[in-house]
Design a protein around this ligand. Structure first.
Ligand SMILES: Cc1ncc(COP(=O)(O)O)c(C=O)c1O
Length: 468
């Protein structure tokens, strides 16, 4: 990856851990971070764990990328960083965002989990900002590992030390399970038991996300965890979803297999590009100008997304990576809302992610069933999500969260609170990061369901923490 990106790269057990490291290193706790609401919820919780306030950016309805022109001046004021997500591999307007960040003197952090082969102006995304993170579990399918790439090689040692402090010890059982998993999976596929396997997983309650696309928010517990931010472990229950070994020290098997897969990346990206081109030619896609990218998923815009998803499942085509509802609807109290949320809601509702490697099968199924494309987007005609308040969005001003009517993100307290003893609720031998936040249990579930949250009073003892 270093040769590919021309940047210093650090191996991390997962993209989410790399993102946590990057945010802690470059953004002072308490800061506001601009990001798209059409995004993975795990990354949202990583932002919260880093003690930051997610500020929702307006997006384009065609592909969920950040709509630069629609960001109000007021949103830019006081931002501490911009986090691009390049959802499904479609690039955010990274050049414009970089110029703006440069002008404001704030870092640009790029999440390239879906965009390992995406280019802008002939240059790979992930090479524009201060740092970028990659997931080796996406295009590559390694089911483990990530890369944190950095612009300034001098930061490597500090980040490496911070990573090592967060690593949990590896264990033989998990390494063994990792080793045999591909064989077990191909046996299940060979016996055409995939649907049955999923049904059993659901029956046993092993599916962490439940029946919804988003994981359960558990708002009251999230409020509790926020009192420990910045710190990763209090957020473990959210951050670990879909990947419990996200901070496990990798064994030789994992590293060896991943290296082998990385050697084939270009061949794989060509296959993704080919499949993307086919899907983009279909009547369910909106093709934006520029060269075809090797998208991780192609968002097909269909009228009935759930019906289409069921249809694909019935035809043994698994789907995933849906982001509905947008984060400012899903976790309204914990975000600064976008002032123009309609495109994000529309995209979340109509985008059916299609795996380019299964392009032919998917197109055949959709064609045969006569699946209807999404109606044209019109902001006035978007029916708001049942969870959304329907109200015009307010700027956050309150310091109070209510567990019943979440609507604003808490402001920092006027005066810093005295520090309590460091909190370590992990019980994990590999965990040494400490939080300096004060937890007041009595504040958590008071009788009127009103919760006072303290934003970080002082940065935690995190290696490389900005001190200014
Ligand atoms: C957009 C996005 N970013 C980051 C991640 C996290 O990647 P990893 O599973 O490697 O931690 C995901 C995971 O699905 C994702 O969809």
């Amino acid at each position: 990856m270093r040769a590919r990106l021309g940047r210093e790269c650090l191996y991390v057990p997962s993209c989410r851990l790399g993102m946590y490291l990057a945010l802690r290193h470059w953004v002072k706790p308490g800061g506001r971070v601009l990001m798209a609401p059409v995004n993975d919820d795990v990354i949202f919780f990583v932002v919260l764990a880093a003690g930051l306030k997610p500020v929702m950016a307006p997006v384009h309805h065609e592909d969920g990328s950040i709509d630069m022109a629609a960001i109000p001046d007021a949103t830019w004021e006081g931002l501490s960083a911009v986090l691009t997500v390049n959802i499904y591999g479609n690039p955010d307007p990274v050049m414009e965002l970089r110029s703006r960040c440069h002008l404001m003197g704030i870092p640009l952090i790029e999440d390239c989990a879906h965009a390992i082969g995406t280019t802008v102006g002939g240059r790979l995304v992930g090479t524009f900002g201060e740092a970028s993170t990659y997931s080796l579990g996406k295009h590559l399918g390694a089911r483990t590992g990530g890369i944190l790439a950095i612009a300034d090689p001098a930061q490597r040692r500090t980040l490496e030390a911070a990573r090592d402090e967060l690593l949990a010890p590896g264990n033989l059982l998990s390494e063994l399970a990792y080793g045999i998993r591909p064989y077990a999976e191909s046996a299940v596929r060979g016996l055409r038991l995939t649907s049955l396997a999923w049904a059993v997983v659901r029956l046993l309650g092993m599916e962490e996300r439940g029946p919804d696309i988003r994981m359960p928010l558990r708002a009251a517990r999230l409020v509790e965890a926020l009192n420990h931010a910045p710190s990763l472990l209090p957020f473990n229950d959210w951050v670990k979803v879909d990947m419990h070994d996200y901070r496990m020290r990798p064994g030789k098997l994992r590293l060896g297999r991943t290296e082998g897969m990385l050697a084939e990346l270009d061949t794989l990206l060509n296959a993704y590009r080919e499949g993307t081109a086919k899907l983009l030619e279909s009547r369910w896609a909106i093709r934006r100008p520029g060269p075809v990218q090797p998208l991780f998923q192609v968002p097909l815009l269909v009228e009935d997304r759930e019906g289409t998803r069921n249809l694909l499942h019935r035809n043994r085509i698994n789907t995933g990576y849906l982001y509905d509802p947008p984060l400012d609807v899903y976790a309204a109290a914990f975000t600064e809302h976008s002032r123009t949320p309609e495109a994000a809601e529309w995209f979340g509702r109509h985008a059916m992610p299609a795996d380019p490697l299964k392009a032919d099968r998917i197109l055949k199924v959709l064609d045969r069933a006569g699946v209807a494309p999404a109606p044209p987007f019109s902001p006035r005609q978007v029916t708001r999500h049942p969870l959304s308040t329907g109200r015009k969005v307010r700027r956050p001003s309150s310091r109070t969260l209510t567990t019943e009517a979440f609507s604003t993100f808490p402001e920092p307290p006027a005066a810093p609170e005295p520090l309590s003893t460091p909190t370590d609720i992990s019980g994990s031998p590999g965990y040494r990061e400490q939080s300096t936040m004060q937890l007041r249990a009595a504040d958590l579930v008071p009788e009127d369901h009103t919760v006072q949250i303290r934003t970080p009073a002082a940065p935690g003892p995190f290696p490389g923490e900005p001190r200014a």
